[in-house]
Design a protein around this ligand. Sequence first.
Ligand SMILES: Cc1cc2nc3c(=O)[nH]c(=O)nc-3n(C[C@H](O)[C@H](O)[C@H](O)COP(=O)(O)O)c2cc1C
Length: 345
Amino acid sequence: MKELKIGDLTAKLPLVQGGMGVGISLSGLASAVAEAGGIGTISGVQIGFREPDFRENPLEANLRAMGPEIAKAKANPNNIIAINLMTAMRNYETYAKEAVQSGIDIIVSGAGLPLNLPKYIAGSNTKIMPIVSSARALNLIIKSWLKSDRLPDAVVLEGPLAGGHLGFKMDEIQEQTYTPLEDLIGELKDALAVYENQYHVNIPLIAGGGIHTRDDVHRILGLGADAVQIGSRFIGTEECDAHENYKQAFLNATAEDMRIIKSPVGLPARAIRNDFLDAAYTDGFKVNHCFGCMAKCKPAEIPFCISKYLVDVAKGDEGLVFSGANGYRINEITTVPKLVEEWFE
Ligand SMILES: Cc1cc2nc3c(=O)[nH]c(=O)nc-3n(C[C@H](O)[C@H](O)[C@H](O)COP(=O)(O)O)c2cc1C
């Protein structure tokens, strides 16, 4: 099986675990994936949600929690660990700099174009990987990064079947007029080849969204992706940091429960239907406290506070359960080494 080389980092397997917030992929899942030979990703979104002062001081709580979480994931110094920071987050720059200070190997950013990320990691050995869903977005990012003499160390291509926020238009998702992941791989490889040839570098392409089985993994690698990114399937593992109730929501879900919503962030997103979601998109839930998550949030115009209901569900209460399109196919709780064996051995 081909290794995944990102700069001077080498993962034994072409596998990246997608960052899942809030509190779904922390050091438990990320270190298990890294130890199994892939790259583990901690979600940096509201990472301090368990701190006692999180409600009053989310920024301080998040900054305080980040270093210890990264240190736990990297307790085994061979582990390659990334952190996922959404570009649309308030204080994105502060979080990115804190992650670098804490010795993170890679920063991965989507949900917007992380145009200034090279400036925030300047002078460090931290690698940077944008998440894109089109060659157009990739070109915009690279043209901006080249002004700082930087190229991506690798690129994550997230297709239309992914979980959480999606880089496609609402009507493309609903009418299924999007370009499938399989076709996007070729487009993105071609777009990357232009820069690879010009600058004599190799920029690995990591493709994800809806990858569930061994066949999926090998089909995507066979189409030219250098690695796969997998999120949802890891929720059905003992090592996943999610609350038991969260994992149970996946075990209980059926194909009919998979929903596309317009998230308070303003992007389409995929989630599992539950009583919370039904109520949120009928009457809505008044926002009565701000957790400072989004740079551009308009509390009066959103159906609910996304931070509140992601944190609630992370703690085991009802709330927003993001999932990839195949999340309902999880029907047992297994372990990370067993999944890795199923996919790669
Ligand atoms: C519960 C959940 C939370 C997620 N949270 C984030 C996030 O905070 N930031 C992000 O860039 N992607 C997020 N994602 C997307 C994943 O990182 C991953 O790329 C995607 O889900 C891959 O598709 P799959 O889940 O079908 O494997 C999330 C996905 C899920 C299922």
